[in-house]
Design a protein. Structure first.
Length: 390
């Protein structure tokens, strides 16, 4: 047994498109086969291409009188040259005479047209609405069926709403038959994220043609979500305990439900039941952003060195965001207790008091730091007595 000594015969192109060619051929003459044909080698290249890109592909023999192979991924309106070679167990045979073919020109496909008209170019909803309903009219191509999608998409600006936080990412796939008009009501979910954000967050509902379909008309709409949420501020750890001698009242505000890019103005005032408790300053003003979730507040407390006993006070925080669309002024309060660390001292008004034998008692006066007097009465039992105040 030896390799085939003759080429495949009756080689021709039997089918052609702009990107494929189907070839038909028969095995070599029987006396030239020199055994059973097991494979065929197809060799081809594109004419005029430099450098020449010769492509070899192998196909198993099906043992038929007429074999067929198809070449794929060809360029439209291009000339190719090709040969077919038979193979048996002894080796590769003789190639067929080189032939050529030209692929067809690419067909000109006119896109189908579809007109989409949203009832309104802008829709406004509140976060509490839970959804937005959008009405749309669709008119199909006169001759061809059309597929389109209507879906949510981003706007790419600072006012951009966020999918899955502010709205549901939804896509509608719609098939429109030729010369057909559809009137649809499409629903898109709206979510309340409980965050004080910008006054308005926006996303788009956009129409796109499938398979090259051309979309005309007012095919998109803007959805404006109006924020309804307010921040939450509270004093953490209230009531606070402070020693008068410590000289400082420390409090902590916790801020929640405030978006990172929204600012807030906070005014904190301190009030004590004793007017002599002097705090510096008595009011603290801060401007913060949502990236801050805790705000320490410190008031200095003057020790007046006067015993006033245990007393209470309040902290009041008034706050609002700088958003122009929402009146979200609010306040919260905390409590504190000042623990006294001064000592009470009393002294008699005079060092000595005189009285007669007929006196049975004597009136004395105690002073506390010279500002409060306390009258006391002492019974007289002898000529010399000593009075002590406890």
């Amino acid at each position: 047994e030896s390799a085939p000594t003759g080429p495949p015969i009756n080689v021709m192109v039997v089918e052609m498109t702009s990107t494929t060619a189907t070839l038909a051929f028969s095995p070599p003459q029987y006396l030239d086969q020199n055994g059973r044909i097991t494979l065929y080698i197809l060799s081809y290249f594109k004419e005029g291409e430099e450098p020449r890109q010769l492509i070899n592909r192998t196909y198993p023999s099906l043992g038929r009188a007429v074999e067929r192979v198809t070449i794929m991924n060809l360029d439209p309106d291009s000339v190719y040259l090709y040969t077919i070679t038979a193979v048996n167990s002894a080796g590769i045979g003789v190639p067929s005479f080189e032939k050529r073919f030209r692929t067809l020109r690419a067909p000109i496909v006119l896109p189908a047209n579809v007109m989409v008209e949203f009832m309104s170019p802008v829709y406004e909803v509140s976060e509490l609405d839970g959804k937005v309903d959008i009405s749309v009219t669709i008119k199909g191509d006169p001759l061809l069926p059309v597929n389109i999608t209507i879906a949510t998409t981003r706007i790419g600006t600072m006012r951009e709403a966020t999918a899955f936080d502010d709205f549901g990412a939804v896509q509608y796939n719609i098939s429109v038959q030729p010369n057909t008009e559809l009137i649809l009501n499409l629903t898109f979910p709206i979510f309340d994220d409980n965050m004080a954000e910008h006054c308005e967050e926006v996303f788009m509902v956009q129409t796109s043609g499938v398979g090259g379909a051309h979309v005309t008309g007012n095919s998109s709409a803007e959805v404006i979500i109006k924020d309804n949420d307010k921040p939450v501020v509270r004093f953490v750890g209230s009531p606070y305990m402070v020693m008068e001698g410590d000289g400082m009242l420390m409090a902590l505000l916790q801020i929640s439900n405030l978006a990172d890019d929204v600012t807030m103005e906070i005014e904190v005032k301190v009030h004590s039941t004793m007017i002599s408790d002097v705090f510096q300053p008595s009011t603290i003003n801060k401007t913060i952003s949502g990236s801050l979730d805790q705000l320490p507040i410190a008031f200095s407390l003057h020790d007046n060195a006067v015993y006033q006993g245990l007393r209470q006070g309040t902290l009041q925080a008034n706050y609002k965001t700088t958003r122009p669309c929402i009146n979200d002024i609010a306040s919260t309060t905390g409590e504190f207790t000042i623990l006294e660390d001064d000592v009470v001292t009393f002294e008699f008004q005079f060092d000595s008091y005189n009285f007669t034998e007929s006196d049975t008692e004597v009136a004395l006066i105690l002073y506390r730091h010279g500002d409060i007097s306390i009258p006391i009465t002492v019974s007289v039992m002898s000529e010399n007595i000593t009075a002590e105040a406890d």
